[in-house]
Write a protein that binds this ligand. Sequence first.
Ligand SMILES: [Zn+2]
Length: 63
Amino acid sequence: MFKSQARGRRYEVKRLRPSFRSGPREMHKIVCSDCGKEDEVPFKPTEGKPVYCRECYRKHKKY
Ligand SMILES: [Zn+2]
């Protein structure tokens, strides 16, 4: 008998749990520079730069 089975078990233990640390991201409230809608973005908006809501962001990304 080989010990390959025991090795497979080790992987099971090492298996990562769904990381809850990176789960809830910090949201920042913004007011869309395009449509004026309030929204939240998972990144820190740069001051002086236009911020867009999800919809407008997609729209502007296209071009
Ligand atoms: Zn918008």
